[in-house]
Write a protein that binds this ligand. Structure first.
Ligand code: 5GP
Length: 188
């Protein structure tokens, strides 16, 4: 394990098996349709790359980048679009792919924003869910969820701390001595 880690939470093998299972379920549910996968940069990138290769129906990609946390240690609820989608989603079957749902504030905003563009349908696929941290539980329904995890700060498999650790092939709990117990400069 990387020396900055406290513990491996999800191994490469666990990730591979669960991503394949999510791909199988998605392919089954969308049979006869085309999917527009909307990836949330940058954290979802690694998960998305593995997931789409397990989807067997025609799949298109687009990406959106939002800022979720600023420099403070608490989620402010203020979400800013840094890079919008390249194309219209009107009439498309949109599947949002996110790395982790924490407070839910980012997704709450994005679901509202993307729904107002009149897609044919909109669903959410998240690799990780931290339900104990949710601020607006009623508004977030994760249609496809990889793993429910405890309230720990995790990195790897696309997830960063100050842009580091994204390329780790597993997900580990970051040692609190690295981040000083707060969540700083975390970007989606
Ligand atoms: P939310 O708006 O749900 O609180 O924030 C979701 C975003 O916060 C995720 O896309 C991710 O970028 C970041 N985030 C939340 N928890 C973690 C975590 O444990 N590790 C990392 N690396 N990012 C996290």
């Amino acid at each position: 394990m990387h020396p900055d880690g406290e513990k491996i939470l999800l191994t490469e093998e666990q990730l591979e098996l669960q991503v394949a299972e999510l791909g199988r379920r998605i392919s089954q549910d969308y049979a006869g349709k085309e999917i527009l996968v909307v990836g949330i940069l940058k954290g979802a990138m690694v998960f998305l790359a593995d997931l789409v290769r397990k989807i067997t129906v025609p799949t298109y990609f687009d990406f959106i980048s939002v800022s979720s946390y600023g420099s403070s240690t608490k989620s402010s609820g203020v979400v800013r679009i840094l890079k919008d989608l390249d194309r219209s989603i009107t009439g498309r079957h949109v599947l949002i792919v996110e790395d982790i749902i924490d407070t839910g504030l980012t997704l709450n905003y994005l679901l509202e924003n993307l729904s107002s563009r009149h897609p044919a349908s909109i669903k959410l696929c998240a690799l990780l869910d931290k339900p104990s941290r949710r601020l607006k539980p009623a508004n977030i329904n994760i249609d496809y969820c990889g793993f429910t995890i405890p309230d720990e700060f995790v990195v790897g498999y696309g997830l960063d701390y100050n842009e580091r650790y994204r390329n780790l092939p597993y997900i580990m709990i970051l040692s609190p001595k690295i981040y000083g117990g707060g969540k700083q400069n975390v970007t989606a």
